[in-house]
Ligand binder design. Structure first.
Ligand SMILES: Nc1ncnc2c1ncn2[C@@H]1O[C@H](COP(=O)(O)OP(=O)(O)OP(=O)(O)O)[C@@H](O)[C@H]1O
Ligand SMILES: [Mg+2]
Length: 627
């Protein structure tokens, strides 16, 4: 069983190497030509050294003098061989390096590109740490054997050449070669087979360690405030310890096999000398030939190791490759359509949900996912504001994701201006709708870059217009460098409410025709929140920002009351719809929810003011809403 899997690994590893050669054939040829040149020079040098010993050194010892011409010829031959060897090494190293790093770069790009193409449902199932290690250590592992590969291929050619030249010299010495070289090769194969499971385990643990590290840095705040440093360190230390053990077991195996691999060629040289001395006495070989062959065995030992390096790295390479393929072959990406919404109708868009059913993919594949939405149908008419209200977990964020096509419904349809969103091109969709998510994401960049996101046509004027609408112009102009202020990783230098308004401004700057706000202003003072929404509704006031239809997930009475219509959802179903006043009067659940939330807000406001507002709140909320 074990040997079957390692044969499997060998086969698949060779497949990975074939793939590499297919992708970089020319550079591979350069490297192999360099390597073969080097290998031929190794064999030639053995015979030249033999000749030098036989024709220069031995006569010199015998007669005490050396023919100057012979000496010069020997020196020239050795020098020429050295130059060719250097050229060979240069070609091989350069080619192998180019090949390896080009493949790494190409696959890093492919993997990260794929991350962006894969749907959210795929990302939900895959941890960030794993994604990082896919793009880093798995790419490196997959192409690691590429570095010694040309050397190994050149060595194989050299071994064949060596055996042939041995047979030409003397069959008895050739038999020694036939015993030693295959033994060396076999030892390398055994070595790599033993290595296979160890390397695979180490590679998996590397990914897990980086995953844990990523998670604890990401959750540094939780870890610190909850006093979980010790536990978190222990969790990391546990896995890091396993990785250490795995690597030590790799090292131990190396410790056993490396000396064996060193010793075998020396034993070969010894055998050559014993057999050679016998054959010399028989007159079958000359001193020149014997020295050549003995020297050949000595210089061959090192290149043969290259084959071992490739074989030993294959398991790790296969493990890395498998993990890459899992990303590259992942399916479920959402194909975009061909249709483009009429640019001429750049007014607000109409959003319609028709009998939408949705379930999240299960954590384990091939299991049915739990249904989250059922029979959801509603419309946001052009230019209107619709509030989505419901208890936590009701499916509001899911509806928001469907509206901007982060996910597709299991059945039913989501349409923009009467066109199913699945039929739209990516650009048309992105140009029409904008989602401001429940959890704001801010890039480690300037305020300007965070809002414009390199989208064409968003100049500073447009950025400021968006900031004004998001009620964010005040704090941004107070920042030390204004739009050029760096906001820190994930916007750490901003307050929660500031971050939310920045992401809102980002959405607005793209001039969406449908704006989906998923609880996007929850950390903002209620009065500011209401002001933002009021501003958005009458955004004719801001030149350059066209009025949009708005779907807003909201809790606060002041915000909800600004909506033209309220959709009330519970457990993934639309329970009621109507104006705020109607729902308050007719739907008990709705009234309870809104009142409870309002009470919580009052309590919270009394305890501490909103984090990003300097002015303290009045003791009650000034809500000019009729009940
Ligand atoms: N990625 C996911 N995978 C599996 N289930 C999910 C996922 N996201 C949400 N759910 C489930 O779907 C249901 C609806 O979640 P959703 O986030 O839409 O609720 P919500 O109304 O936005 O809640 P909240 O008011 O707390 O933001 C919940 O039961 C939740 O557990
Ligand atoms: Mg939500």
């Amino acid at each position: 069983m074990a040997s079957k899997t390692s044969r499997d690994v060998l086969g698949r590893g060779l497949g990975v190497l074939r793939q590499a050669i297919r992708e970089q054939p020319r550079i591979f040829v350069v490297a192999v030509v360099g390597s073969v040149l080097f290998g031929s020079m190794v064999i030639v040098s053995a015979y030249v050294v033999g000749a030098v010993v036989g024709d220069v050194v031995v006569p010199a010892i015998g007669r005490g003098e050396v023919a100057t011409g012979t000496l010069a010829l020997a020196a020239a031959a050795l020098f020429g061989i050295s130059v060719l060897r250097v050229v060979g090494i240069f070609g091989r190293r350069l080619g192998a390096g180019y090949m390896q790093y080009r493949l790494q770069a190409a696959y890093r790009r492919r993997v990260t590109r794929r991350y962006l193409d894969l749907p959210l449902s795929w990302h939900h199932r895959n941890a960030t740490g794993t994604l990082l290690s896919n793009a880093n250590s798995d790419v490196e592992a997959a192409w690691y054997p590429i570095a010694p590969l040309p050397f190994a291929v050149g060595t194989l050619v050299m071994l064949v050449g060596a055996i042939v030249s041995l047979f030409v010299t003397d069959w008895a010495l050739a038999l020694v070669g036939l015993a030693v070289f295959p033994a060396l090769f076999a030892l390398n194969v055994v070595y790599s087979r033993r290595m296979a499971p160890r390397q695979a385990r180490a590679q998996r643990l590397r990914a897990e360690v980086s995953g844990i590290a990523h998670e604890s840095f990401d959750g540094a705040l939780v870890v610190k405030t909850m006093g979980r440093e010790a536990q978190e360190t222990a969790r990391f230390a546990g896995r890091a310890g396993e990785l250490r053990d795995a690597l030590i077991s790799v090292g131990r195996l190396r410790g056993v096999f490396d000396p064996l691999l060193e010793t075998l060629p020396s034993l070969g040289t010894l055998a050559v000398l014993v057999v050679g001395a016998y054959r010399l006495r028989q007159g079958a070989v000359s001193v020149t030939e014997l020295v050549s062959v003995a020297f050949l065995f000595t210089v061959l030992a090192f290149p043969v190791r290259a084959i071992g390096w490739v074989l030993a790295e294959l398991p790790r390479s296969v493990a890395g490759w498998d993990r890459l393929r899992r990303v590259l072959d992942a399916t479920g990406e959402m194909p975009y359509g061909q249709r483009v919404l009429d640019a001429a109708t750049s007014g607000p868009a109409t959003l319609a949900f028709a009998d939408v059913h949705f379930s999240y993919p299960p954590a384990e594949e091939h299991q049915p996912g739990a249904q989250v939405l059922g029979e959801v149908g509603f419309t946001v008419p052009a230019g209107r504001t619709v509030a989505l209200v419901g208890p936590t977990g009701a499916g509001k964020s899911t509806i928001a994701s469907l509206a901007v096509r982060l996910v597709d419904p299991d059945s039913g349809a989501v349409a923009l201006d009467g066109v199913d969103v699945r039929e739209l091109t990516a650009a048309s969709l992105a140009g029409t709708v904008a989602l401001v998510a429940q959890v704001p994401f801010v890039f480690d960049d300037t305020v300007r870059a965070n809002i414009a996101l390199d989208r064409p046509g968003i100049d500073d004027e447009a950025v400021w217009a968006a900031l004004r609408l998001a009620e964010a112009d005040g704090f941004v102009s107070a920042l030390p460098d204004g739009l050029d202020t760096m906001v820190g990783e994930r916007g750490t230098s901003l307050s929660g409410g500031q971050r939310q308004r920045l992401t809102l401004a980002r959405a607005l700057a793209g001039r969406p025709r449908l704006l989906v706000l998923d609880d996007a202003t929850s950390a903002v003072d209620p009065r500011v929140e209401a002001a933002i929404l009021a501003g958005l509704r009458s955004s004719a006031a801001e030149p350059g920002v066209p009025a949009a239809s708005i779907l807003v997930v909201a809790y606060r009475r002041a915000t909800i009351a600004l909506a033209d219509e309220v959709i009330y959802v519970e457990q993934g179903r639309v329970v009621a719809r109507g104006t705020h006043t109607e729902l308050l009067a007719t739907v008990p659940g709705y009234a309870d929810l809104v009142t409870a939330y309002e009470q919580a807000e009052v309590d919270r406001a009394q305890e501490r003011p909103y984090e990003d507002e300097v002015a303290p709140l009045p003791s009650g909320l000034e809500i000019e809403v009729d009940r």
